[in-house]
Design a protein around this ligand. Structure first.
Ligand SMILES: Nc1nc2c(c(=O)[nH]1)N[C@H]1C(S)=C(S)[C@@H](COP(=O)(O)O)O[C@H]1N2
Ligand SMILES: [Mo]
Length: 505
């Protein structure tokens, strides 16, 4: 009676699944969370081909969890692909009565799939080793079977195979995890075109001018939001990094990282807000950005755009088109709060464009294409209209009873280039309004004035009436325009409306 595990269909499939799982983890161990991870290109394809309505729905209901689910789906698809190929190799080996075919076939299948998907020939060896090891061990277990009780020993060999694969998978995931988390630190930004004293002075000023209130971000955010089209961020190196200026230009220009770093840099506070933020949401943050004026780069190429519009392209396949006028105010940024730009915020270089919605602030920027007619970018193809100026907003993020018995309310206000002149608070549902205290404006990039495009904090304290009442917050821009009370959701032009909160006493 033949009781070899790998002679039964079930056993072959089990070994295939086990070796496939070890292979996926092996790829992760070799690459960490980078585009060279075998599931990453699959996840990108999934999110790119998903209908815009579903992407938008996922953003609104799941946030970044939607992307994690996408990645999980991609991992499962690759796992099944590996398992199918490996099971086929085992089957072919049995048919040919050849002991080499299963391991060799496993090596070929896992390497080809990974190299084919990622284009990284050496890193594609990551899945080969653990997958082959699991198949080889399953064969070895079969070869050394000695038990007189074939059924239980077959079960034992099946369990051993699965156990080995689980162990290899756990180790692979652990190694990949460590690789990812140690690669993400942002070293400090020094020298080469950067006025370090100015950076430090501006950060100190931001700290001094921030209210000392728990629960709201200081003027320079401690926890800057992130929005990405993919679950796995690109990880370009500065050695291979280049930025090209192409399209409607007199001559194309390409600069590398060192050339950018040698140009005189500007240190500028700017607030970013995502068009997909919610009313009183948290996809709004501020940093001190260090970079080179984009205008100086395109001047080298000589602009001849008919539409006065520009398309920014990025390493992750992201694209966004918007007016030249806004672009000309922007920076090619490589520093954030005195550190090199972190990977999640676009390392090594991103665009920061004052006054417009977050989506134009292209991360991992690789190409600036001057256009002769307008096109739709990534989000516009999916139904959003988020390339223009941001909508004004006043958030209400904190409420507390002070020792004095007063209730303190606080939040942020931001209106892009329109500027915030005041925040008004009502504690009677909008019948009467009082002016809140604003934090002093952050300093401008150059000179003594206020920053053009940075939020302000507000706070307001009042004697609680002791009965149910509603607080309402609204902001007024520099020209005296009151932020609209009309409430809309984020799709397609960004959220609007006044933030309200009901208190029981
Ligand atoms: N290359 C690239 N740039 C990008 C994105 C992206 O997914 N890929 N997301 C955009 C969106 S929608 C926003 S709101 C901002 C967010 O920047 P942050 O992640 O640094 O906060 O980056 C923009 N730039
Ligand atoms: Mo965004």
């Amino acid at each position: 009676m033949n009781d070899a595990l790998l002679d039964s269909r079930g056993g072959q499939l089990l070994a295939g699944l086990a070796a496939g799982a070890a292979g996926v983890a092996g790829s992760y161990a070799a690459t960490g969370s980078t585009p060279a991870f075998v599931a990453s290109p699959v996840e990108r394809t999934l999110s790119r081909t998903m209908p815009g309505e579903i992407v938008t729905f996922a953003i609104e209901t799941l946030g970044s969890l939607g992307q994690q689910l996408n990645l999980l789906t991609a991992v499962v698809l690759v796992w099944l692909l590996f398992a199918t190929g490996i099971t086929g190799a085992i089957l072919a080996g049995r048919r040919a009565n050849n002991r080499v075919v299963p391991t060799l076939g496993t090596a070929v299948v896992t390497w080809l799939v990974t190299a084919g998907l990622t284009g990284r020939l050496v890193l594609a060896l990551g899945p080969v080793v653990p997958s082959v090891a699991v198949v080889a061990l399953a064969q070895a277990f079969d070869a050394y079977r000695t038990s007189t009780d074939p059924i239980s020993s077959k079960r034992r060999r099946a369990l051993s195979t699965v156990g080995v694969a689980l162990g290899a998978t756990a180790v692979g995931v652990g190694v990949g995890w460590r690789r990812t988390s140690t690669g993400g630190t942002a070293p400090s930004l020094e020298g080469q075109g950067v006025d370090d004293d100015d950076v430090q002075a501006k950060l100190d000023t931001a700290e001094e001018r921030s209210f000392d209130i728990d629960g709201i971000e200081p003027l320079v955010s401690e926890n800057f939001y992130e929005v990405d089209i993919n679950a796995v961020d690109p990880n370009p190196t500065v050695e291979e990094y280049t930025l090209s200026i192409t399209g409607a230009v007199e001559s194309e220009v390409t600069v590398d990282y060192d050339e950018l770093r040698e140009m005189n840099a500007v240190n500028q506070f700017s607030t970013l807000r995502c068009v997909g933020d919610s009313l009183n949401g948290s996809k709004i943050d501020t940093a001190l950005w260090t970079g080179v004026p984009l205008r100086r780069l395109v001047e080298r190429a000589g602009v001849r755009s008919d539409c006065d519009c520009v398309l920014l392209k990025a390493e992750d396949g992201y694209e966004v088109e918007f007016p030249m006028e806004a672009f000309n105010r922007g920076l090619a940024v490589y520093g954030m709060n005195g550190n090199k730009l972190p990977r999640g915020h676009g390392y090594p270089v991103r665009a920061v464009i004052p006054g417009h919605w977050g989506e134009v602030n292209t991360k991992w920027l690789t190409e600036i294409e001057l256009l002769n007619r307008e096109v739709d970018g990534y989000w516009e193809q999916r139904g959003w209209e988020g390339t223009g100026p941001v909508k004004p907003t006043a958030t209400l993020k904190h409420d507390a009873i002070l020792d004095s018995g007063e209730r303190q309310l606080a939040g942020h206000a931001y209106a892009g280039l329109r500027g915030v002149s005041k925040v008004e608070v009502s504690t009677d549902g909008g019948d009467s309004w009082s002016e809140a205290t604003l934090s002093e404006p952050l300093p401008a990039a150059e000179g003594d004035g206020p920053a053009q495009d940075a939020w302000r904090q507000w706070q307001y304290s009042y004697d609680p009436p002791g009965s149910t009442h509603t607080a309402v917050v609204r902001m007024v821009d520099r020209d005296g325009n009151v932020q609209t009370s009309e409430e809309t959701g984020p799709v397609p032009t960004g959220p609007s409306g006044w933030v309200t909160k009901e208190f029981q006493s």
